[in-house]
Design a protein around this ligand. Structure first.
Ligand code: NAG
Ligand code: NAG
Ligand code: NAG
Ligand code: NAG
Ligand code: NAG
Ligand code: NAG
Ligand code: NAG
Length: 889
């Protein structure tokens, strides 16, 4: 099973950066690092100059020449995959690394590893694995063994005959030499023919040297898609990264923060960066950092570089429309001016005399904070209103626009980063506008590499739970600008609400409220006289740099590490506003979450990796339409245990859902949070909707349409980032593919012989007809060996997204027979147009009388009746027909 390492360019990284299962690096490694420094210092002091010289020469040589000659993967297992409701794939990996470490003093530390798998459409992420082995080995060391174990849940029904899997794990081996982190070493382990329940797999191992092409030249920052054929192993190219060299010095060693107040501007300077803000408006007009005079786009006017804005709507405004209002402060105040912290306020006060007609009837206090020794600025906004006129707020955000000629590489996830066009590439004469103006084909871009590609900001949306760090890289001087958001408690719509992130501009947004992927339901609406107070943020605008010639994506790695450390600091202690609840004003809610579907198992089982959260009091599932309050969510562990940390005082309901099961959970007892009282809810059990045994089912209940057939885009509409990418649904124009695949007759699915990953189009879209569009009728064919005419069957239809649709249900009889059920006008989330794979979740449970069904063959007709545009339709999550109730005891 041993295989020789090969040098290849960096692999494409697959899968999302998984914030949920990610465990930040242990403090222990800090301690180790400090101890090593201490040891080295002691050695230097006691043994004198000789070793000091050695140390210096080590520093110069940067790392021992560490060569991985062979790697053995000792075990992969697919555990209980056929018996468990929750399918768990576990990997035990032993790496045996051969080295030729020449340094007598310093050994090698194996850092953490992010492992991801690709498995016939299933994506799973092994979180970060901390390997605590530290070896202090001397000259001539040969083999280092590193062991790691990781488990992931697999959200797919796996049948015995499907057990021939290809599986690959890729990630980074990070080498540390004492306190110096060397460059990382990407690798990929791929296996095929995993055909047993628990097997030793034949695995091939490929190693990629960092940031170097086989000819040794530094690579462009776009990870190469094609492995090279170079057969010879090559030593790892070492050198401490700029970011995690010796541990950060104490804050006192940095210069104090300095505040300069001028007539029209205020300047905050902490020696690392200098920020200029217009007074009293609160526009960030300049950020000087890393020798760049202004990080922000100087081609833009001063109010269009770093600013807050809202779209607000007087009562009666139709749809998601409203008036755009840039937040222009009218009152400037210094809140804190100390050596360690400056906090400034730029507030727009509301004048009731306007009657809520010209500006939004609320006050916004824009706060900017600079801390000593911190490479960035923090921003938060206090939104507040009293007994003022009614209004709605379809959109609220903080935007930064960076130097367009410098920041050209965008990163929003490990596998979602690319060189980006400049704003000029989107002007009318250079593009062909597509179905809506945000989407264009770049016909004549300034950089020929983008010619023919689609650009559309919605291709860079993300779920709220994943929006923790995104931003831009400038090549020269190597500089990163990142927006880090440690918590999404203040954003609207809960963990899976999708928002824009970064896009051509170069823009980086902090979205708080939007109707994207949801529609009007997510517009916070305030009645006349309704008070409100809500804090958005703080967000951290983090800047980093490195020496020229290093691999630019290391800036992204550093930004991710910084994000993890900001998450650990949440809730921040520095905001001066009393409205921002500090750690001691928040408590934790713990419990164990079970799920029990009586038709699947006799006893309850742990709800693994389930969503559990506190939202406003309301019906089960109401959290997804809440946009005024704070929500606090987490995921359960493999035992169903959970801790929701740092919940603000208030009255909540405990909500949840479990992938693999339909429906929404709500705990019967409301949760009232008071200071100083942690809450343990004990065991809670979700009994998902279920009346009878499964006769057939289509898809996986996970609120996504991702498991269904997602076509390749029309070659005319490609965004290269999403070619061979797990998020293929983000390509433009997939809706047009339906009529191409089904030119005459609509989709027909046979529950016995069809495969939903091939035969169920991911969205029931419209079909072009006579210059307009027509709805479609999909047929599901199934057989019943027996029918009880007096009994009631149940059809479950879980919908992942709906846009201006109506779905009618008929069994065995087509129009004009009236449907047995209709949803009526349904949804406005626009997720088809915006390349989301879900919008809001809907679950319909429909009674089907036995007399509607035939003994023998049957057809279910799903008619989407509406047809006025190309962009309307339904994405199904899951369908199931249940037989009449049975005694399950
Ligand atoms: C699995 O991997 C083998 C060898 O790399 C390849 O020939 C085969 O096509 C792959 N199968 C699938 C389903 O990807
Ligand atoms: C796959 O693995 C099974 C069980 O280990 C083995 O019997 C079979 O021959 C293997 N097939 C191939 C093509 O290697
Ligand atoms: C580069 O980053 C380091 C670490 O944050 C910082 O101390 C230094 O000031 C930055 N360099 C420049 C030139 O801004
Ligand atoms: C809540 O949990 C966090 C860790 O998740 C811990 O740091 C904090 O002290 C806990 N708070 C209380 C009030 O127990
Ligand atoms: C986790 O859940 C198990 C099973 O309910 C329970 O016995 C255990 O005490 C829980 N552990 C923690 C740390 O809450
Ligand atoms: C348009 O769709 C409706 C509803 O599905 C259907 O009844 C009608 O036959 C369709 N028209 C054509 C010309 O296909
Ligand atoms: C599947 O096919 C078998 C054999 O033709 C039949 O007996 C069974 O009823 C079918 N099941 C469904 C759900 O159609």
């Amino acid at each position: 099973m041993d295989s020789t390492s090969q040098e290849l360019p960096r692999p494409p990284v697959h899968g999302k950066y998984d914030f949920r299962s990610n465990r930040p690096r242990q403090r222990k490694s800090e301690i180790i690092k400090y101890s090593i420094i201490a040891i080295i210092i002691i050695i230097i002091l006691s043994l004198g100059v000789t070793f000091a010289v050695l140390f210096v020469s080590f520093k110069k040589a940067k790392v021992p020449n560490f060569q991985v000659k062979s790697v053995r993967v000792s075990r992969f297992s697919v555990a209980n995959v056929l018996t468990d409701q929750q399918k768990v794939l576990s990997a035990d990996v032993d790496f045996f690394l051969d080295s030729d470490n020449k340094n007598r003093l310093v050994g090698v530390y194996f850092g953490n590893m992010v492992m991801e798998t690709g498995w016939a459409g299933v994506e799973t992420t092994f979180g970060e694995t901390n390997v605590r082995d530290y070896v202090q080995k001397s000259k001539g060391v040969t083999t280092l063994k590193v062991s790691t174990r990781s488990e992931v849940e697999v959200k797919m029904d796996v049948k015995q005959e499907d057990m021939k899997l290809n599986l690959s794990i890729n990630g980074d081996l990070k080498f540390f030499s004492g306190p110096f982190k060397t460059k990382r070493l990407p690798f990929i382990v791929s296996c095929n023919n995993i055909s047993g329940v628990s097997v030793h797999a034949a695995c091939g191992f490929k190693l990629f040297t960092n940031g170097k092409t086989p000819d040794g030249k530094p690579k462009a920052q776009t990870p190469s898609q094609t492995p090279s054929q170079t057969p010879e192993p090559r030593p790892i190219d070492g050198g401490p990264t700029a970011d995690e060299s010796p541990p950060s010095p104490p804050v006192e060693s940095f210069p104090p923060v300095k505040l300069t107040i001028q007539d029209k501007f205020v300047i905050m300077d902490n020696g690392i960066l200098q920020t200029t803000i217009a007074k009293p408006a609160g526009f960030v007009t300049g950020i000087k950092y890393n020798g760049i005079d202004n990080i922000l786009d100087t081609l833009n006017p001063e109010d269009d570089r770093g600013y807050w804005d809202v779209v607000w709507a007087p009562p009666g405004t139709p749809g998601t429309r409203g008036n755009f209002q840039r937040i222009v402060g009218t009152e400037f105040r210094v809140i804190i001016d100390r050596e360690d912290q400056i906090e400034l306020s730029f507030k727009v006060a509301y004048d009731p005399a306007t009657g809520g007609k010209t500006v939004a009837p609320m006050e916004v206090d824009q706060r900017y904070v600079m801390l000593r020794g911190v490479s960035g600025i923090y921003a938060y906004g206090i939104f507040e209103r009293e007994a003022w006129p009614a209004f709605g707020m379809p959109n609220a955000r903080l935007a930064f626009k960076l130097q367009r000629n410098q920041f050209k590489y965008m990163a929003i996830a490990d596998n979602r980063q690319r060189e980006m066009p400049v704003p000029e590439d989107r002007i009318k004469s250079r593009v062909e506008e597509l179905i809506y103006p945000e989407a264009v084909i770049m016909t004549n871009p300034i950089e020929p590499q983008f010619k023919g590609e689609v650009d559309d900001k919605y291709q860079y949306s993300e779920e709220s739970q994943d929006i923790r760090v995104h931003g831009w890289i400038c090549k020269d001087p190597p500089t990163g600008f990142w927006q880090i958001t440690p918590s999404y408690e203040f954003r609207s719509g809960g963990p899976n609400k999708q928002f824009l992130t970064s896009h051509v501009g170069p823009s980086t947004l902090a979205m708080f409220v939007s109707a994207h992927y949801s529609g009007e339901d997510l517009i916070p609406r305030f009645a006349e006289g309704e008070p409100w107070n809500h804090i958005y943020g703080p967000m951290f605008m983090y800047m980093n740099n490195m020496t020229k010639g290093q691999d630019l994506p290391l800036l992204w790695d550093d930004a991710k590490e910084r994000m993890m450390s900001e998450v650990k600091k949440w809730p921040y202690s520095f905001p001066a506003s009393k409205d921002f609840a500090k750690a001691n004003e928040r408590v934790n809610v713990t419990g164990t979450f079970f799920v029990h579907d009586k038709y699947k198992s006799k006893v309850k089982g742990p709800a693994r990796n389930a969503f559990i959260g506190l939202g406003p009091p309301g019906e089960a599932g109401s959290w997804q339409r809440d946009s005024k309050t704070y929500q606090f969510w987490t995921r359960t562990d493999e035992h169903g245990n959970f801790t929701i940390s740092f919940v603000r005082v208030g009255n909540y309901d405990l909500h949840g859902w479990v992938d693999g099961f339909i429906g929404d959970f709500k705990h019967t007892t409301p949760i009232d949070i008071t200071i100083g009282q942690n809450v343990d809810v004990g065991e809670i059990v979700f009994e998902p909707p279920r009346d009878g045994p499964t006769l057939w089912e289509i898809g996986v209940p996970d609120r996504l349409a991702q498991e269904f057939f997602i076509p390749d885009p029309n070659p005319k509409y490609v965004n290269k980032l999403y070619v061979n990418h797990p998020d293929r649904f983000r390509q433009y124009g997939l809706w047009e593919r339906y009529a191409e695949l089904y030119p005459k007759d609509d989709l027909v699915y046979d529950v016995n012989t069809s495969d939903y990953s091939k035969d169920w189009f991911f969205a029931q879209v419209t079909r072009p007809l006579d210059g307009g569009y027509n709805g479609t009728t999909w047929s599901v064919k199934f057989n019943l060996d027996d029918v009880a005419p007096d009994a009631t069957y149940k059809l479950r239809v879980a919908i992942a997204s709906a846009s201006n649709s109506e779905m009618e249900i008929r069994f065995n009889k087509q129009k004009p027979t009236p449907p047995i059920f209709t949803t009526g006008q349904l949804g406005n989330d626009n997720s088809i147009a915006r390349h989301g794979i879900h919008g809001l979740y809907w679950l319909y449970s429909i009674d089907v009388k036995g007399i509607e069904l035939n003994k023998g063959s049957n057809t279910l007709f799903l008619t989407q009746t509406k047809g006025s545009t190309a962009l309307q339709g339904i994405m199904y999550d899951y369908l199931r027909l249940e037989g009449p109730p049975k005694n399950t005891n």
